[in-house]
Design a protein around this ligand. Structure first.
Ligand code: KG4
Ligand code: ZN
Length: 393
């Protein structure tokens, strides 16, 4: 079965075609096509993602990404045909909010140019994320599903990150065999959470941030230091230089919530402490490196200690770390080093580097999980019947 997956929850417009062979969670997955457009350049001048702009960009880029992914998968075949009037009307109605971008007309042309591809299921991120951005993807998925007469399965973006982290691209394109209970630490620009998994598809949130997400803190601190968006990779790069040069401490930064006795996080105090440390000064090169290192050390120490506590409390056999911030080399090394000492029997999984940040391959994996669990017709009805109201966490 081929799954077409769509991701538009934040600032990446992504479409993939993934061939699935077998049942979840033992299936093998072959990525036939994968097209991703990053909006980073557009949002960089705002220092963060600007929702209305993200929505407009998704509307512009979805059809090019779809075409590219289908072409890579060798599933794009020309066949001129008329689109029935009822479909034309349905598209105008469904995509009324995207019409200003020209998306509706473009999609009608697409349907009139290409035959229905060999795709059996559409998976689309339905939340969490930026509402206007999510809508473009969901409505686009519904439009394709209506015209091609196939099902749509709504996917939770966070489950996508979990599955991306255990997708063994190098070995055999399967999900690794996870020992349960497992703990998942999701660290991205929008989320910082600890989940307990007792089985596939079951997630209990056991910890989360009370304010900023850790990626958001990286991005905001970077902005204060005059670094470009997204700040995570920039902070990591400078911190590494500061660490290698063994620079003296620039600022004694707090480890928020470290002794709160629970599994929750808070990063806004840490961010404020960095602001006070900068205190309006122009930082020199070594100051920047030392401060980036101090900040990264503080953030990572909290992430590790809370995760160790979660592992103790759950008796987990497996730790799955995912989300954009998990791309950080320092975070990977630190977790491996500390957990080797404290929890040597716990298996740790990080995503393949290309799958750390948002992508649509992870949405195909989650779509497969959901279609297997919920039987896809039911899931499809859910997204069709509920119209615009089923975007949920
Ligand atoms: O998962 P993601 O692509 O989008 C969300 O769902 O939010 O995560 C994006 C976040 C940004 O905050 C970015 O600064 C951070 O991931 N990030 C990093 C690194 N690469 C991306 N943070 C620290 N170190 C990195 N190497
Ligand atoms: Zn994400």
């Amino acid at each position: 079965m081929n799954i077409l997956s769509i991701e538009t929850s934040c600032d990446e417009t992504a479409v993939s075609i993934v061939k699935v062979d077998g049942q979840f969670p033992d299936a093998s997955y072959e990525v036939l096509g994968d097209a991703l457009h990053s909006q980073i350049d557009i949002h960089a001048e705002y220092g963060g993602v600007f929702p209305a702009l993200a929505k407009r960009e998704h509307a512009k880029k979805l059809i090019p990404m779809l075409t590219k992914a289908l072409e890579q998968a060798e599933l794009l075949h020309e066949e001129a045909s008329e689109l029935p009037q009822e479909h034309v009307e349905m598209l105008h109605e469904l995509l009324v909010h995207e019409s200003e971008s020209g998306m509706t007309e473009e999609l009608i042309t697409f349907f009139q140019t290409y035959e229905k591809p060999d795709v059996e299921l559409i998976a689309v991120t339905s939340g969490p994320g930026l509402e206007p951005a999510l809508w473009v993807g969901v409505n686009f998925a519904k439009a394709l599903a209506e015209v091609w007469n196939i099902h749509v399965v709504p996917v939770n973006h966070m489950e996508g990150h979990v599955l991306a982290s255990i997708f063994d691209v190098e070995e055999d394109d399967k999900l690794v065999q996870v020992g349960f209970p497992a703990v998942s630490l999701l660290i991205s620009g929008g989320h910082t959470e600890l989940l307990r998994m007792d089985n596939w598809g079951t997630y209990e949130k056991i910890g989360q941030t009370k304010d900023d997400a850790v990626g958001e803190a990286f991005d905001k601190v970077a902005r204060m230091m005059g670094l470009p968006y997204p700040g995570g990779p920039e902070i990591s790069r400078l911190a590494k230089l500061g660490r290698t040069a063994n620079l003296p401490e620039y600022a004694a930064l707090p480890r928020p919530m470290l002794h709160s006795g629970d599994l929750h996080f808070s990063f806004s105090g840490l961010k404020t402490a960095v602001r006070y440390a900068i205190d309006g000064k122009e930082l020199g090169e070594t100051d920047m490196q030392a401060l980036a290192r101090d900040f990264e050390d503080a953030a990572v120490e909290v992430l590790i200690k809370k995760t160790q506590k979660a592992l103790d409390e759950t008796g987990a056999q497996t730790l799955i770390i995912g989300g954009g911030v998990s791309a950080s080399e320092f975070i990977r090394q630190s977790f491996h080093a500390h957990l080797l000492e404290s929890h040597p029997d716990v298996e740790i999984y990080f995503p393949n580097p290309g799958l750390s940040t948002d992508n649509s391959i992870m949405i195909a994996l989650s779509g497969h999980a959901r279609s297997a669990n919920a039987s896809n017709p039911a899931a499809a009805r859910l997204i069709k019947a509920d119209g615009n109201r089923n975007i949920a966490e």
